[in-house]
Design a protein around this ligand. Structure first.
Ligand code: ZN
Length: 300
């Protein structure tokens, strides 16, 4: 329609026309629309950075009663990769949670729960059976342990409340937005990804299908290392590499990371069992409690 409207426009006419348009699906636009002389300027609006998220949160909470313990700055930090629409949704969800509780104001915990909900989906009533629950608890404890040991202070909470498609998950403490990833960072992320499955293997003697997404994620990260020239292959282009070589290098990287994760988990088996039991009881285990246990172990 825009093309039709623009047809026959000329710069010499008395009436000059400026056309503005917006889309979030530039990939499906007719190429003719983007030809020189049609839209001269294209402005890309990316996902908001922390400062942007803070401003958006201010807009969407302006008409809502917030409790004193709500720090929008902190919420902005915790919502990396949230779009404006996500943030609006978050503010509304937090208000609904407060309303449901009969609270006059929206408190910090309502926002935290709403963040979980926006990321992971609605809490499910379906509760896994006892064996499954134990497996989920061990799996998530594995993720959390490796995260905390490789990146101290990083774990916020471990939960085994089913949400969306996930049976449990580890919430991380906010850090500054990361736009550039170093090799160390990527290796740590891969370690955290595969730790759930390795914990199952070492503490329950077998693996499960629950780790499918973790592995997909880990492989994606290994590929990022590969195409960023961080492996023994040097700077390479993924598609021009023989499949076999690619496979070999990827398994080599994964194997060495796996060995490191296995060693750490073996050393912390006792702690992990205690945390898993706590999780089965109360569905939640805080990062602070985890840090206390690790400190005690060190002293012992
Ligand atoms: Zn997992």
């Amino acid at each position: 329609q825009l093309l039709v409207e623009m047809d026959g426009l000329s710069v010499d006419d008395d009436i000059q026309v400026l056309i503005l348009a917006a889309t979030n699906r530039i990939d499906v636009l007719d190429h003719a629309l983007l030809r020189p002389g049609r839209f001269d300027r294209i402005v890309k609006v990316d996902l908001p950075a922390k400062e942007g998220r803070l401003s958006i949160l201010k807009i969407h909470t302006a008409n809502k009663p917030l409790s004193d313990d709500v720090e929008l700055e902190q919420i902005a930090r915790e919502t990396f990769r949230f779009s404006g629409a996500h943030l609006e949704n978050l503010a509304n969800e937090a208000a609904i949670l407060a309303l449901r509780e009969g609270s006059q104001v929206i408190r910090r915990e309502h926002f935290m729960e709403a963040i979980d909900k926006v990321i992971m989906g609605e809490k499910l009533d379906r509760r896994p059976n006892k064996d499954e629950l134990k497996r989920v608890a061990i799996h998530e404890t594995g993720h959390a342990l490796i995260s905390e040991i490789m990146n101290p202070g990083s774990v916020s909470t471990i939960t085994i409340t089913s949400r969306g498609k996930a049976l449990g998950y580890v919430r991380h403490n906010p850090t500054d937005d990361v736009y550039l990833q170093t090799k160390d960072y990527l290796e740590t992320q891969i370690s955290i990804c595969i730790a759930g499955s390795i914990a199952e293997e070492l503490l329950l003697n077998n693996k499960s299908t629950g780790a499918k997404n973790d592995f997909e994620q880990a492989i994606k990260l290994v590929k990022t290392m590969l195409i960023s020239g961080m492996t023994d292959l040097g700077v390479v282009e993924e598609n021009s590499l023989p499949k076999e070589l690619l496979h070999q290098e990827m398994s080599k990287i994964l194997k060495s990371i796996e060995e490191r994760v296995k060693t750490i988990i073996k050393e912390h088996k006792n702690i992990m069992v205690i945390i898993a039991e706590n999780l089965i009881d109360s569905e939640r285990f805080s990062g602070d409690e985890l840090r206390d246990m690790l400190k005690e172990k060190k002293i012992a």
